[in-house]
Design a protein around this ligand. Sequence first.
Ligand code: ZN
Length: 118
Amino acid sequence: MEGSVEMNKNICLICGYNELEERPYYSDFAGSNEICPCCGFEFGMDDFDCDEFDHEGLTDKEIVEKSHDIWRKQWIENGIELFNPKIFSPEVRNGKFLKRDYLVLQMKKNLGLDFNDI
Ligand SMILES: [Zn+2]
């Protein structure tokens, strides 16, 4: 399922955070407008508003997936800043190295993504 959009779970499709309050998207790719407390992505906003690539000729699914890949990459490169650190344990909050370990597990478990491939 690597790279595919999982529509039926409240899992962040960027970072694998699995306690979102809503599913990221409805069946027609309308976003929930929930902001992931982990990676800060807003579904329905940061996808279709992403101007890092040309949307022309792409399906909604392709736009959404591409924006996720771009956000994920930038978020990691920018130091894995937690959007709402308060909800995470101190072990996760403190220090990039621990956050990275936590993220590797979360992505693997919930998204089937290998951190090293990102
Ligand atoms: Zn996230």
